[in-house]
Structures are given as C-alpha cells and as structure tokens.
Design a protein around this ligand. Structure first.
Ligand code: HEC
Length: 170
C-alpha cells in the first residue's frame, strides 16, 4: 500500500465546518448512502486532524457520539451506528500572518458508517461515502467504493480506520 504522510495541525478553528447549512440531496451510486445520513455532522466531535502533503489538504475527522466514545475507549471493533466523517479543505496563507496557513475552501466530505446488516459482504461492515466539491457544488463519487475498501483494508487491525483519537482531545 502506498504510504501516506500525515502531519497534525491542531490549531485550526472548526467553525469552518459549520458553513454548510443545507445538505445537498446526493446519493452514492453503488450503496445508496446519502449526504443526509450524516445530518448534523457539523456538531460531531473532533477526533483528529490530518494534513495530506500530497494533496495539500487539511482534514478534520469527526465522529458522532457512538463513534467518538468507542474511539475514546480504544474499542477494537467499532459499534454499529458509528459514523466517522472526514472534511477536507484546501489551505491558503493567513493574510494577517503569511507564514501560517488557514483553511480555505471545502474540497470534500467523506464518511464511513458502521452497519453490519447492510454492509456485511466485504467483511468490514462499513459503508463508505464520498462527496467532492467541484465548482462550488458537491458531487457524489461515481468511481465505486471498492478503492475505499482496498486502501482501508490496509488498516484492518484497527477496524479499517486510519484515525486514532488524537491525544490532545482525550
Ligand atoms: C489510497 C488510500 C485511501 C483510499 C483509496 C481511501 N482512503 Fe479514506 N483514508 C485514507 C487515509 C490515509 C486516511 C487518514 C488520513 C486522512 O485523514 O486523510 C483516511 C481517512 C478516512 C476517513 C476517516 C476515518 C479513518 O479511517 O481514518 C474516512 C471517513 C475515509 N477515509 C473515507 C474514505 C472513502 C469514503 C473512500 C472512498 C471513496 C476512501 N476513504 C478511500 C486512505 C484512503
């Protein structure tokens, strides 16, 4: 598996996550997961922050209460109903202090939802959804979720999650 480098940036204000008020009616073509499934995600708790150096993208990982508590307790298998959301922003120099970077435009919202009944075919029990923002509008990912499963299978031992609860938030 391709190694991906992430660095942590802890000092960015999550208020940026709140700038989507109405969720677009979008459905993933291959598993029917919708954007509405994570309604209220702006209020989920922060689990971790990552920076993808290859994509120059700042990412926040948030979890609903079930997911958050399980990650906090370091549970080996995440319980059904866990929802883990990733929000990605492009970055720009902070006008008032150009050596600092700040979140600029939302590029993506992705999520994983644990549901053993619906998603037992692959043995991972997660449903995957990705919504990419293009020209100011979200579009659902139409290239299939197989790539999600393949890459996340690399972290099978941590229940297909790359993210761990970041120490600062414990
Ligand atoms: C080439 C590998 C790769 C592929 C393909 C991939 N991911 Fe991930 N994903 C990662 C890595 C690495 C992280 C942690 C770093 C970050 O936040 O980007 C991650 C994090 C996530 C998270 C936060 C939970 C976690 O596991 O840390 C979600 C949700 C997620 N990905 C959804 C998806 C969805 C949906 C797809 C497919 C449309 C997908 N991913 C495809 C590598 C991948």
């Amino acid at each position: 598996m391709k190694k991906i480098t992430t660095i942590s940036l802890l000092c960015v204000n999550l208020a940026f996550a709140g700038n989507i008020t109405t969720l677009p009616h979008l459905t993933m073509p291959d598993n029917n997961l919708t954007f509405e499934m994570i309604k209220g995600y702006q209020d989920y708790k922060i689990v971790a922050t990552h920076f993808r150096t290859d994509k120059n993208e700042l990412r926040y990982i948030l979890a609903n209460e079930i997911g958050y508590n399980a990650l906090k307790e370091k549970e080996k298998v995440m319980p059904g109903g866990s929802k883990i959301v990733k929000i990605g922003w492009s970055v720009k120099k902070m006008p008032s202090f150009p050596t600092a970077l700040e979140a600029d435009k939302i590029q993506r919202v992705e999520y994983m939802i644990k549901d053993s009944k619906k998603f037992d075919a692959d043995g991972d029990h997660w449903g995957y959804a990705r919504f990419i923002k293009k020209n100011g509008k979200f579009e659902s990912w139409d290239k299939g979720v197989q790539s999600c499963i393949s890459c996340h299978s690399g972290v099978k031992k941590s229940d297909y999650l790359f993210t761990k609860m970041q120490a600062t938030f414990e």
